[in-house]
Design a protein. Structure first.
Length: 296
């Protein structure tokens, strides 16, 4: 039986995990989703895709059978939403019962209806690197949202980008990433700068991926304090089968999410990148690397 909570104030103030691709955001999502009172579904950017069509949603639409059915049809045909295993009639029933008055409330119903096992959810979250390019839109939908910026050493990100290029997979969702070191460096610095610029003067928290690996209890406690929710040790069990919900369609490039945290999963670039590649990356990103306490 699918569980879906009542939409309350917290449900209309979700949190968003932001970060450059290959920065540990999927692992971080799983950690938070392992908390018994938090739900962070797998990636599906239905929130942005359907905004233009349904941005003026009102209680009148919620009470219109045709409008509700059309919306649910569109949601169930969204990219990657098949991994959520949503049930059409249950979505319709929840919208009818909760009677959302705007697009944010309507979207919150979809998030919480991903939940199938938890009966007491206090927070919903969303992790999508794609949102880096739609931050103002996200803010307009959820003006009271919180944001967590996860940053990883860009040179290790470059190693991951290059590994993805050679990955053999049948998944239609394989990431389409740049692979030249200069392009990766520019993308990494521009994406993180874009996030920081957006978060200026907003309620947000910034965490380094490497710090999370070294002291997960401290930094997850810090996250929970920021989100105003009690810390739960179950977040450290994210990799166990009963907690890990990374979809099969994306697991080919996220297999480390089935492993415990590896404190040594950093500075891999020292052996995986050539000296020329490291120098090139450092030259382009020197200022931003140093700003985030990454050694040159």
């Amino acid at each position: 039986m699918m569980i879906c909570m009542k939409i309350n104030e917290n449900m209309n103030s979700p949190f968003f995990i932001l970060g450059n691709p290959r920065s540990g955001t999927s692992l971080f999502r799983l950690m938070l989703n392992s908390h018994p009172n938090i739900i962070v579904p797998p990636e599906s950017v239905f929130l942005q895709w359907w905004h233009e069509k349904y941005k003026n949603w009102s209680k009148k639409n919620s009470q219109n059978t045709i409008d509700v059915e059309e919306y649910v049809h569109d949601i169930l045909n969204s990219k990657k939403i098949e991994d959520w295993n949503l049930i059409r009639q249950e979505l319709i029933n929840k919208i009818n019962r909760l009677n959302p008055s705007n697009y944010g409330e309507l979207s919150s119903i979809i998030y919480c209806c991903y939940n199938k096992f938890k009966s007491d959810i206090d927070l919903i979250g969303d992790k999508n690197n794609y949102y880096i390019h739609h931050l103002d839109l996200i803010n307009s939908i959820y003006p009271n949202a919180k944001y967590i910026h996860l940053i990883r050493d860009g040179r290790d990100v470059a190693c991951s980008y290059k590994k993805i290029k050679s990955l053999q997979t049948n998944s239609k969702y394989k990431p389409d990433l740049v692979f030249k070191i200069k392009d990766i460096a520019l993308e990494w610095s521009e994406n993180n700068f874009k996030i920081e610029k957006f978060l200026n003067n907003k309620m947000s928290l910034k965490i380094r991926y490497e710090d999370l690996l070294i002291d997960p209890i401290f930094y997850l406690s810090k996250v929970c304090k920021y989100l105003e929710i009690p810390f739960h040790s179950q977040m450290l069990d994210f990799y166990k089968v009963e907690f890990n919900d990374e979809p099969k369609s994306t697991i080919d490039w996220k297999k480390k999410t089935y492993e415990p945290l590896d404190k040594n999963n950093s500075k891999k670039y020292l052996t995986l990148l050539s000296n020329e590649e490291i120098d090139s990356f450092n030259q382009i990103c020197k200022k931003y690397l140093l700003k985030n306490n990454y050694e040159l």
